[in-house]
Every structure is written in structure tokens, then in C-alpha cells.
Ligand binder design. Structure first.
Ligand SMILES: C[S@@+](CC[C@H](N)C(=O)[O-])C[C@H]1O[C@@H](n2cnc3c(N)ncnc32)[C@H](O)[C@@H]1O
Length: 243
């Protein structure tokens, strides 16, 4: 009988190099096409709605997300996150050690609602949202564990202080970091790191990977996933803070 050959152990450095190459490949070859596709889709939706004389109402309705997108470029995408993105985000949370979550840019609250389903009874969820129409929609969610803050995530410390929240277990972000200046991105990641407890997690979901190198700078470890079943497809990044 021929002896079975044992596979040599995979060198961790080699594994990292492969991941870095995949990331470079996505960034250089695929990302540009995705971005172009999104821009075309956004342009098309805008033109079609305006052509049809679509009126923007004050009350959130079935088209409220698109209305908000037309009114406010910081909304950044035309559709709420799909159930596949929501699942990827919630799976990155260690629910056995999570009671306090801060959500950046919850919009209409599709992720918020799922977080509330999974959050322990004595947990707390703070949603920080800039867009006033989305804030109005979020305030309709009646759950004593949810605190909706109308403001910018750039002022996270000021928003958390009156709620008496020292450190969060998890911070989730759907805000478009690309709208921030490079120095603001660094500052915000620094604030996020500062507001997380040791061993806490920062989970971001967005269209591009430009945040990955910055996250690698701020966090001990970074996990990157790609979800194609979303309009537009999204990356989900998790930064693990050292314990
Ligand atoms: C891509 S959408 C979020 C998607 C939503 N959470 C979902 O999963 O469907 C980005 C959201 O971030 C909000 N936003 C953008 N910049 C912000 C900021 N500086 N502070 C708070 N919210 C912000 C926008 O108003 C918008 O609701």
C-alpha cells in the first residue's frame, strides 16, 4: 500500500498573501465595472422616476428609499440591503457576548429590525441616522431597546454620552465612507475603535473595498466577504478589536 502523503501545513503568511492578491484583483479588475454598473443603474432610476413625474412625499411609503436617494446623495444606494447582506452582517456578531450595538446609517431599518429580533431582552441598539425622513420612519419602530439619534456618526461620542453608553460590543456601518475625506475616514475609524470594548467588532458593508487597508491599520484582524445577491453587490468587512 502506498503511504498517503501528508499535506504540508499552510503557511499563514502565504494565506494572507493570497487574500491580498484576491483583494487587489477585485479592486483593480472588478470594482471599476461594479462602480460603473451602479452609476448607470442610479442614473437610470433617477431619470425614469423624474420622467414619470414622480412626486416626493413626506410620509415614508413603498418608494421612500428611492425618494430619499433622489433627495439626498448621502443615502448612497437605491435599495435597502437584501436579506443576504443582512444575514452576512448578523452572522458576524458573536451573540453570546453582545448586548450593546451601535448602527450607523440604519435608513429605513431593515438591518435594525433583524438586530432587534436577535438582540437579548436587556440589550440596547442605538441607530445614528442623518436623513430626517429615515429618522421619522425609524421612530415608528416601537421597541424600548432601540434609541434613534438624528445626527452624524462623526459625532458618535456626543450621541452616546447622554445615553450613558461607554463601550459598545458591536458597531455596524452602512454609511458611504467614500463621501468622507481620507482624514475623516481615519478619524472615524479611530473613534469606532475607541468606542468598542476589547474584543469588540466593527462590521461595515459597502460597495467598494477601499476601506479594507484602513481597517487593517486600525484592527487586529479583518474578515472580508462579498455578497452578490444585493443591488448593488456589497462587500461585508469585519474588523476584530484585540481582546
Ligand atoms: C447605504 S444607506 C444604508 C442602508 C441601510 N442600513 C440598509 O441596510 O438598507 C446609507 C445610510 O447612511 C446614512 N448616512 C450617510 N452619512 C451619514 C452620517 N455621516 N451619519 C449618519 N448617517 C449617515 C444615509 O442617510 C443612509 O440612510
Amino acid at each position: 500500500m502506498t503511504p498517503t502523503k501528508e499535506k504540508p501545513p499552510v503557511d499563514e503568511r502565504e494565506k494572507k498573501d493570497v487574500l491580498d492578491h484576491i483583494e487587489d484583483f477585485i479592486e483593480n479588475r472588478i470594482e471599476k465595472n461594479i462602480k460603473k454598473g451602479i452609476e448607470d443603474l442610479e442614473k437610470f432610476v433617477k431619470e425614469e422616476l423624474l420622467k414619470r413625474g414622480h412626486k416626493r412625499g413626506d410620509e415614508p411609503g413603498p418608494l421612500s428609499y428611492i425618494e430619499a436617494f433622489l433627495d439626498d446623495p448621502k443615502v448612497a444606494t437605491v435599495m435597502p440591503s437584501s436579506k443576504f447582506v443582512i444575514e452576512r452582517v448578523t452572522k458576524m456578531i458573536d451573540w453570546s457576548a453582545t448586548k450593546t450595538i451601535v448602527e450607523f446609517g440604519p435608513a429605513e431599518g431593515v438591518i435594525t429590525q433583524r438586530l432587534l429580533e436577535l438582540l437579548p431582552k436587556d440589550g440596547r441598539l442605538v441607530g445614528i441616522e442623518l436623513n430626517d425622513k429615515f429618522v421619522a420612519a425609524l421612530k415608528k419602530i416601537k421597541d424600548p431597546r432601540l434609541h434613534v439619534v438624528h445626527g452624524s456618526v462623526l459625532d458618535i461620542e456626543e450621541h452616546l454620552r447622554p445615553l450613558d453608553i461607554g463601550k459598545a460590543d458591536v458597531i455596524i456601518s452602512g454609511i458611504p465612507f467614500s463621501f468622507l475625506k481620507p482624514v475623516q475616514r481615519h478619524q472615524l475609524l479611530h473613534k469606532i475603535d475607541d468606542r468598542l470594548r476589547p474584543g469588540g467588532r466593527f462590521i461595515g458593508y459597502q460597495v467598494t473595498t477601499h476601506l479594507v487597508p484602513l481597517m487593517k491599520y486600525h484592527f487586529e484582524d479583518v474578515d472580508v466577504q462579498f455578497e452578490i445577491r444585493n443591488i448593488p453587490p456589497h462587500f461585508v468587512f469585519t474588523g476584530f478589536k484585540a481582546k
